[in-house]
Design a protein around this ligand. Structure first.
Ligand SMILES: [Zn+2]
Length: 480
């Protein structure tokens, strides 16, 4: 993902949480993960926003980036690098690649005349417009006529199409069709420099020209992965690009052509999330329907908001946020189901087993309630909400198990076996929940007196008897 730092909105929060969840999951699988996020700081949109604020563009973005980093912190998003397109190493990569494409004849000087939407910083043909307006912003674009360098995007049409027709190149696959149709209509060469936009990276061989903001934005991914260093091959190609549907064109047609021209391997997957609305209304400042993700996180905790977004919104589809719905989920699923299970288990171990995990074997019928294979498969397909629902169905099964066994009525080995089954199940639940709710996973483990395992540890009977449990505060307080 690459985000234009004008103001952090809920959609950004959602995108970050999805990417963070998938990154954490892959770390749990024992893979080496490099999670890159950052801000796209050049272009007319920033130039104009800075001017409006009466600030120098660099000073403007320096001040804005602080809010985006604060949002990541508030949401417990753990990235490996936060790249800013104004970073020195990135400026160098953009100049190097522009020069490389020019040298091989894929960039040439011409004249651009056509429509340009400054909101999405995108060039449109007459045919792309809807009632004469930008298809995304519904605003009349600007007519631009000027000298420009062009990138031979047309040359890469077949290659891009071939890639997009591969299985899983776009998740969810339903998004692929529209973009494939658009590319099959014909890729035109792309204007990749402007003479009237000074807030960008200069074209290395022509001081009058500045690079097109989208190419400098997209190239962040290879800079972040260490392009030009020996680490690059270890990290690139990217397994996932997490984006919103409005920039799928840029992340396929434009991005794949540039990569192909620069002889860099193409990413494996572009993962397209849906929009978050505010109770069905599009969030917009003008309508007053703005929810500040940092505020919500401070009020209810980062795990509550993460849980809500990942459970409520099917990945790839649009979803809605309301605080009432969040409160409902916190009270029912997090406090009643999960919180209760943890609390009951630890209290009973303290009461009946002197605060130590008893010796025992995990109940065979309870073991069968955990569908690890299915959870893993759902995570592979980015069906995050289904995976989370499946984990919670195991949480429910554990609560059901307590109700059926009534361990307070049992004694000796029988009782110990039930308590062991519950504690061992909680250990596994903590591992599975870590990707979704890292703070909660940590708290469960603290109470169990153990450290976090990996997916490979999601086998039963791995919990050591004799481990001291430690009761702590309530996991999720009910919200009135
Ligand atoms: Zn637009």
């Amino acid at each position: 993902m690459i985000i234009r730092p004008v103001s952090p909105i809920f959609g950004h929060a959602y995108e970050k949480v999805c990417a963070d969840c998938v990154a954490r999951w892959h770390r749990l699988l024992g893979k080496k993960v490099f999670f890159l996020t950052g801000t796209d700081e050049y272009g007319t949109k920033i130039q104009r926003a800075a001017k409006q604020a009466g600030k120098d563009p660099k000073k403007f973005v320096d001040e804005m980036v602080v809010h985006f980093e604060a949002m990541d912190k508030a949401l417990n998003v753990k990235y490996d690098r936060f790249i800013r397109t104004t970073d020195a190493d990135h400026v160098k990569v953009c100049k190097d690649i522009f020069q490389k494409l020019y040298d091989k004849g894929d960039i040439y000087l011409g004249e651009y005349s056509g429509w340009y939407c400054p909101e999405c910083e995108t060039f449109y043909t007459e045919k792309d417009l809807v009632d004469g307006n930008c298809p995304t912003h519904k605003k009349k674009p600007e007519w631009v006529k000027e000298e420009s360098y062009f990138f031979k995007m047309s040359k890469y049409q077949d290659l891009v199409l071939k890639k997009l027709k591969e299985k899983d190149s776009i998740i969810p696959p339903g998004r692929a069709k529209e973009i494939i149709n658009r590319i099959e209509d014909g890729l035109q060469d792309l204007s990749v420099s402007r003479v009237n936009v000074f807030w960008s990276i200069p074209v290395p061989f022509d001081k009058k020209h500045f690079q097109y903001v989208w190419t400098t934005a997209l190239l962040n991914y290879v800079t972040g992965a260490g392009y030009g260093t020996k680490n690059f091959d270890k990290i690139w190609p990217a397994d996932y690009h997490f984006i919103g549907p409005d920039i799928l064109w840029h992340h396929t047609a434009i991005w794949y052509s540039i990569l192909a021209a620069a002889e860099i391997p193409l990413p494996k997957t572009v993962s397209v999330h849906g929009w978050i609305t505010f109770g069905g209304e599009k969030m917009s400042k003008s309508r007053g329907a703005v929810v500040d993700p940092i505020e919500i996180s401070e009020k209810h905790g980062s795990d509550a908001i993460r849980y809500y977004l990942l459970r409520e919104v099917p990945f790839g589809q649009n979803g809605s946020f309301t605080e009432e719905a969040l409160v409902r989920r916190v009270n029912n699923e997090l406090a009643n189901e999960l919180g209760n299970l943890v609390n009951r288990t630890i209290v009973m171990i303290e009461k009946y087993s002197k605060g130590e995990i008893p010796k025992g074997e995990a109940d065979k019928r309870l073991q069968k309630k955990l569908n690890l294979g299915e959870i893993t498969e759902l995570m592979d397909k980015l069906e995050l909400h289904h995976a989370l629902a499946e984990i919670f169905s195991f949480v429910s099964a554990c609560n059901q198990f307590i109700n059926e066994k009534e361990p307070w009525k049992l004694q000796g080995e029988e009782q110990a076996a039930v308590l062991y089954s519950l504690a061992d199940s909680l250990r596994i639940i903590a591992i599975l929940l870590y990707a979704f709710m890292p703070g909660t996973a940590k708290k469960i483990n603290q109470q169990l007196g153990i450290s976090l395992g990996k997916i490979a540890d999601c086998e039963f009977n791995k919990l050591k008897a004799g481990t001291k449990v430690k009761k702590a505060g309530i996991l999720f307080k009910k919200i009135e």
